[in-house]
Design a protein around this ligand. Sequence first.
Ligand SMILES: [Fe+2]
Ligand SMILES: [Fe+2]
Length: 343
Amino acid sequence: MDLSCCKNSTVLYSMETIAVKPNLCEAPGERSVTTDEGGGNVFVLAHFSDPHLSSLKGVPFTALLNKRLLGYLSWYHRRRHVHCPHILDALLRDIGEVSPDHVAVTGDLTHLGLPDEFRQAARWLQQLGAPDRITVIPGNHDAYVPEPWEETFREWAAYLAGDEPAADGTYPMLRVRGPAALIGLSSARPSAPFLAVGSLGRGQLARFEKILEETGRRGLLRIVLLHHPPVPGSIARRKRLTDAGLLAEVLGRQGAEVILHGHAHLSMAHRLVAGTKNIPVFGVPSASHSPSNRQRAARYHLCRFERRGDGWVMLLTERVYSAADDRFVMARERELFLPVQRP
Ligand SMILES: [Fe+2]
Ligand SMILES: [Fe+2]
């Protein structure tokens, strides 16, 4: 485990894999996730990430005279073959049929963060649904090199915005939906060639701590969304969250009920143990990846939270793309109890 980023931290935290129930149901195509239609005790969130949905066909060479040239070559030789538009069509159909209370998209909608890619992604998001039911946070590919907000993220502004007005690009963002507080962090920033690191920064972390404290006091189910995996050592050093130690210090003081992320393009399940807090962390693979690689095959999570005693029961259903059926089907379900993490 890489603890180099928290040498000065007094917070104790570690990585361990969550012990989960064995598959509760393997029957493909069955959906056991139900909402309680505004009752306040159940909240169903669909979480997907890294759709990398844009095409770079026709990109002028002059747009590639920086780190983007490497990214373009990666797209041309590999990524355009593994991130499939027809899988994203199936994703739209499946989420439409499941009709969760809310959808969270944890970044990397684009490849190189070009303005035209932002426009392509905006059109796709409109097909997915209305901005008040879809929360998007940025990934490192969306901030590949510095670009003006007006030419890029403004295209998604309604999907990025919190409930309260804030200056463009200010994070965290907070949306309260039923019993849930969706707290979106931004770890997206440009990095050097061959690096895909992210960071949050002290200003964002200070605001994050206040939001955790306030939403915890209100008894809300605090769901933290970020692009990079927050558990040190859970991803290669060149892709890591550089200030994961500082994030853990905040979480150790204030707690959160669950953390959801993307970036690794793999299914991940860990616990972030910070101080006295023990927080489940789940990552999803890319939502558009070809099933030619079983580990990386397109997948999304349906997270059903139900209030139970002094906490929440979380039923996490993994839905994976089946090429044979050209649709998403149930891969497995896991259930765990999320005790309220008090400050
Ligand atoms: Fe990605
Ligand atoms: Fe990423």
